[in-house]
Design a protein around this ligand. Structure first.
Ligand SMILES: Cc1cc2nc3c(=O)[nH]c(=O)nc-3n(C[C@H](O)[C@H](O)[C@H](O)COP(=O)(O)OP(=O)(O)OC[C@H]3O[C@@H](n4cnc5c(N)ncnc54)[C@H](O)[C@@H]3O)c2cc1C
Length: 452
């Protein structure tokens, strides 16, 4: 049991990126009338899941650059000058060639986050904030005592700890259903080292998110070679022992996520967005609800009046439905790889010129701006958000990094990567002897069963 003290006792449950940001804000709060205890199931703080070997291999990269990461202590471009040389060598990173617009290997980003935690612990100590860290300590239960207003936290080590506040930062988990029971079946691609294998048969991937792209990149480099040709184009060649290796990416919409471009606003915020007061005022005149059309008008369309008047003229009379139809039209019409190549070229220009693709950036801003007030949407608006706007938002704000994009294009060109649209009701049946049956309705409305 923790000793009762006058200081408020705050527990941070999980020491990944969210835990780090909570800790940062507490250390920087200017006050020290509290003490902090961090529980982390692993042996290190900061890297969490995506930026440790639990979520990344050396080939996996972040989809945000230093200028897009919210302030911690030092920026990545400053930290890189203090990072151990042997660490940077592993990733072939030279500090004088690094800049804040570059995406980085996720494992290196994890080292950066871990280093930030260490600096903050020292800063906290100097400021009189006691921090206790329990490594390899997994939280198994949390109980809130309403009467005494305390939180009791239980760990696998069997100990109970009492606090005044607890912040849950335990992040990602991926339930395992068939993995280990069905040969060759993986419920999730994490940890990705399990995909470092030689394959000489087709591999099905369900989904087209960044997670799927991570898995593709890992499998590809273990079954072939990426090389630049004389014109600097990336090519892929299968290894002789993997000639039957092929990746079939199955996904609902048949559309690939959009490519990362230069973001103008580092923290995806915007002064022109609705304030809390404006939202409250609007709700008063709208039976307490926040209208999705209102937020789309104010936090999206009207931003273009100043920023991109031409685009504003194009969309000013659009409803949400019209806008989504217009933006999806090209995606639906073009072959996904043709579109990926076109978007890649456009994004390259945007990064070189440091010019945003403004409507995409503002769509990301809108999605973040809606996070908090979404609870005030009516049931109908919530449905429109989920069914109409979110599919476009999730495609646009995926921000596929350039390097991943180049590899997807090279794999497709080599005939190693294909896409299979499967509609909304597909099912995957793992087979006892290994492999799967993929049931889906194809684009011609024919029921298909694929054995992979
Ligand atoms: C594969 C992948 C790649 C991503 N890449 C990016 C990217 O490039 N850019 C971006 O902006 N976002 C990215 N994300 C989004 C990502 O969600 C966040 O960047 C971030 O990891 C969220 O941090 P978190 O601390 O909430 O969760 P996590 O990273 O999951 O960290 C949770 C921490 O809590 C610990 N923990 C969990 N359960 C317990 C327990 N019971 N007891 C004690 N400790 C526990 C874990 O060990 C871990 O350290 C990615 C997500 C994934 C899955």
């Amino acid at each position: 049991m923790e000793m009762k003290s006058k200081k408020k006792r705050i527990a941070i449950l999980g020491g990944g990126p969210s835990g780090l940001f909570v800790y940062t804000r507490l250390v920087e709060s200017g006050s020290n009338d509290f003490e902090i205890t961090i529980f982390e199931k692993k042996k290190e703080l900061g890297s969490g899941m995506p930026y440790s070997t639990e979520g990344a291999n050396i080939e996996h990269i972040t989809n945000v650059s230093d200028n897009e990461v919210p302030h911690i202590v030092s920026s990545m471009s400053d930290w890189i000058y203090t990072a151990p040389a042997e660490l940077l060598e592993q990733y072939n990173i030279k500090p004088d060639q690094f800049n804040e617009y570059k995406v980085v290997p996720r494992l290196l980003f994890g080292s950066y986050l871990a280093a930030q935690f260490e600096i903050l612990r020292k800063t906290g100590k100097k400021a009189g904030i006691a921090t206790a860290v329990h490594f390899e300590s997994t939280i198994t239960d949390i109980n809130y005592d309403i009467k005494n207003q305390t939180v009791t936290v239980q760990t696998t080590k069997g100990s109970n700890h009492e606090f005044d506040f607890a912040v849950i930062c335990t992040g990602h988990n991926w339930p395992i259903r068939y993995e280990g029971k069905v040969p060759g079946y993986y419920d999730a691609p994490y940890p990705p080292r399990k995909l470092i294998q030689h394959f000489n048969h087709p591999v099905a991937i369900k989904g087209s998110s960044l997670t799927a792209i991570d898995a593709i990149r890992t499998m590809a480099r273990n079954n072939g070679l990426f090389e630049k040709d004389s014109e600097d184009n990336l090519k892929f060649k299968l290894n002789p022992e993997s000639t039957d290796f092929k990746i079939m990416m199955h996904f609902r919409s048949g559309m690939l996520p959009a490519v990362r471009f230069h973001l103008e606003d580092s923290h995806l915020s915007n002064d022109s967005l609705l304030t809390k007061e404006e939202i409250d005022l609007h709700r008063k005149s709208n039976d307490g609800f926040l209208s999705l059309d209102f937020i789309f008008e104010k936090d999206f369309k009207e931003i273009f009046i100043e920023k991109d008047p031409e685009f504003y003229q194009r969309i000013k009379d659009f409803s949400i439905e019209d806008f989504v139809t217009d933006m999806m039209e090209l995606r639906e019409r073009l072959d996904p790889f043709q579109l990926l190549r076109a978007e890649y070229v456009q994004a390259e220009k945007s990064i070189k010129r440091q010019e945003s693709i403004y409507w995409k950036e503002m769509l990301a801003v809108l999605s973040f701006a809606m996070n908090h007030p979404a609870k005030y949407f009516s049931a109908e608006d919530m449905q429109r958000l989920q069914k109409v706007l979110m599919p476009l938002i999730s495609i646009v704000i995926a921000f596929v990094p350039q390097k991943s994009c180049e590899e997807l294009l090279a794999l497709h060109q080599a005939g190693v990567l294909d896409l299979v649209p499967v509609g909304d009701d597909s099912t995957v049946e793992p087979q006892n002897g290994g492999g799967i049956l993929y049931n889906f309705v194809d684009t011609n409305n024919n029921q298909r069963v694929c054995i992979l």
